[in-house]
Design a protein around this ligand. Structure first.
Ligand code: PEP
Ligand code: MN
Length: 336
């Protein structure tokens, strides 16, 4: 059960509510976010929802039986649209494009990518400065200095930054330079990291775990939300299956289903989703048709020289073509 409180609820009204919840043997947790105050009630007993809803100090009440509640569409029917500065909107009715290299490598690479993005109207740049790599001997990123350099260049061009954070300790030093924090697939159930990102005033893009279910993804988002941050987007980036012909199996089904189950924006990552450059465009377009609110993709001036994930990275001209196709596909879908 989710109970949204009136902003001016009094202590005695709250006490009454607590008593009522105890009566029906519901455990309750208070959640305060940047947008609202809620009580989450968890229990099994049947009860008359009106008996609680009619109490003074309560704005809204809903029965939500899923393990995830605040991110559920059963609770909030209206989709969440995340606003970044300068009129960038992410969520239903808008199409978000995020592109950039897998890893931030050098000043020159950053400059070239920004020029490419700006020329194509792509306003959010992706790139890793802390890289989770399967092998400890692979390139692991330029760290905070790389982020600072990137930030200075991006700001000049009015481009926003999305980048992965891997540890709680990295969050604070990164905050001034990041517009969207990315949680990588390998950290999708790092609950301490999710808790900490709940306390941050920046949006979070949460990737699905490599072997994570849709339910686990939604519960991970619930961690962030219930710690105070409602500005979350979910990202389908492919899952591990028995198929070995490509890097991951892009779960297009999940995009359609997530759009139905949650009010949060859903972003697709076709680059990691299939992991092979020649198919990225098809998978990206299919993701839009399945309902994705945006695409995050890897681009590089010379993909074959990229420090990481070159095999799935598009060159600039391939990417330009795909941006155009994606925008057309989105327009077409919206017109259905
Ligand atoms: C990435 O975005 O480069 C990345 C490491 O993604 P994922 O966490 O989905 O593997
Ligand atoms: Mn990558």
């Amino acid at each position: 059960m989710i109970i949204q409180l009136e902003q001016n609820i009094t202590a005695s009204q709250l006490e009454k509510l607590r008593e009522k919840l105890q009566e029906i043997q519901y455990r309750s947790t208070r959640v305060s976010t940047q947008f609202g105050d809620y009580i989450i009630g968890v229990g099994k007993k049947e009860f008359d929802i009106r008996a609680i809803g009619a109490l003074p100090g309560i704005r809204d009440i809903h029965r939500v039986s899923d393990d995830y509640k605040l991110v559920s569409k059963k609770w909030r029917v209206e989709d969440t649209v995340i606003e970044l500065e300068e009129g960038i909107r992410i969520g239903t009715g808008h199409f978000a494009l995020m592109a950039g290299p897998c890893s931030i490598e050098s000043e020159e690479q950053v400059e070239k990518t920004i020029r490419h993005l700006a020329a194509n109207g792509v306003r959010i740049m992706r790139g890793g400065v802390y890289k989770p790599r399967s092998s400890p001997y692979s390139f692991r990123g330029l760290g905070i200095d790389g982020l600072k350099l990137w930030h200075a260049k991006a700001r000049e061009a009015g481009i926003r930054i999305i980048t992965e954070v891997m540890m709680v300790e990295q969050i604070k030093p990164m905050i001034p330079y990041v517009d969207i924090f990315q949680v990588g697939a390998r950290n999708a159930q790092n609950f301490n990291l999710l808790d900490a990102l709940g306390e941050v005033g920046k949006p979070v893009l949460l990737k699905r775990g490599i072997s994570g279910t849709i339910d686990e993804l939604l519960q991970a988002a619930e961690y962030i939300f219930s710690n105070g941050n409602e500005r979350i987007m979910l990202c389908e980036r492919g899952i591990r299956t028995f198929e070995t012909a490509y890097r991951n199996t892009m779960d297009i089904n999940a995009i359609a289903m997530l759009k139905d189950k949650t009010h949060l924006p859903v972003i697709a990552d076709p680059s990691h989703g299939i992991g092979l450059r020649r198919y990225v465009d098809k998978v990206a377009l299919a993701s839009v048709m399945a309902g994705a609110d945006g695409i995050i993709m890897e681009v590089h001036e010379q993909p074959e020289k990229a420090f990481s994930d070159g095999q799935q990275t598009l060159g600039f001209s391939e990417a330009e073509r795909l941006y155009r196709q994606l925008r057309l596909a989105f327009e077409l879908r919206e017109g259905f």
